[in-house]
Write a protein that binds this ligand. Structure first.
Ligand SMILES: *[C@@H]1O[C@H](CO)[C@@H](O)[C@H](O)[C@H]1NC(C)=O
Ligand SMILES: *[C@@H]1O[C@H](CO)[C@@H](O)[C@H](O)[C@H]1NC(C)=O
Length: 248
């Protein structure tokens, strides 16, 4: 894909209450621990993760977890070779319809692979766009709706254990994500200063080429997923000792 060679500038701003340095807290009641030495450790993580997700999606101020129902982002933007898009007051709906499919830890490499599926993510917000994407010229400001269907996400983290008063706390060191989807619906209202004919034709062209469009926007979507995943893991990880969640 030629898009891989482009230089991307991606900005995602999570509305997080950062607060003071986190104090030690007990596990949230909905986070059940798993034994690292158990032969079914990975399955335990998936089962307990599935039980915890409905609570996590609601958000939990205690652990600095933002609400994901909907998730509100103040700004998400992408600036890459001749194409700029910024979405403000972004609301993302659909994180509540999820299916955690895999959790695989490698304690030696301090890595974890997480696979999670969402039926549909609906991203609504105020857009500002200019330039050319997949050779289609596009210009304007207004309301946009990007709806991504059957999102299958792989999220990989490299973590470290941070020592606080003799106990290890889980922290994301680096992370990345990739996803596939079965369809993306694009509705960018009032393009070209509200020229309906041109706006409709452009939306049609984008929808006809939805797979290339979502591929071009992949860096900003994966970056958003990574920021959310990191915020959740660091929210629990910085307050609850690692051994209280994953015991020997
Ligand atoms: C966004 O687009 C999807 C797919 O076309 C549609 O089902 C949904 O109703 C739209 N949402 C809003 C708020 O218009
Ligand atoms: C996610 O990982 C699985 C293997 O666990 C692989 O089969 C799948 O193709 C990956 N999907 C993406 C989008 O990378």
């Amino acid at each position: 894909m030629s898009s891989k060679t482009l230089v991307f500038n991606v900005l995602v701003t999570l509305l997080l209450c950062l607060g003071l340095a986190a104090a030690k807290k007990p596990r949230a009641h909905y986070i059940k621990p798993c034994s690292k030495s158990a032969p079914d450790f990975d399955e335990c993580c998936v089962a307990h993760g599935r039980e915890a997700l409905p609570f996590i999606v609601q958000g939990d101020k205690e652990y600095k977890i933002p609400s994901l129902n909907p998730l509100e982002l103040s700004e998400v933007s992408l600036d890459s070779n001749g194409f700029k898009i910024a979405m403000k007051h972004l609301q993302a709906y659909g994180f509540d319809k999820n299916d955690l499919r895999k959790v695989k830890f490698d304690f030696d490499k301090k890595m974890a692979d997480i696979r999670i599926f969402f039926d549909k993510l609906e991203l609504l917000g105020d857009y500002e766009v200019g330039g050319k994407i997949i050779l289609i010229p596009i210009e304007g400001t207004g309301k946009a709706n990007f709806t991504i269907v059957d999102i299958d996400v792989n999220y990989t983290i490299n973590y470290k254990l941070v020592d606080k008063e003799g106990e290890g706390y889980f922290a994301v060191d680096t992370s990345s994500a990739d996803f596939t989807c079965s369809r993306t619906y694009i509705d960018i209202a009032d393009l070209f200063g509200g020229n309906k004919e041109l706006s409709d034709a452009t939306n049609k062209a984008l929808n006809d080429n939805w797979d290339q469009f979502i591929d071009a926007l992949k860096p900003v979507v994966t970056q958003t997923i990574v920021q959310i995943g990191d915020a959740i893991i660091n929210g629990f990880g910085s307050t609850v000792p690692f051994n209280d969640i994953f015991y020997d």
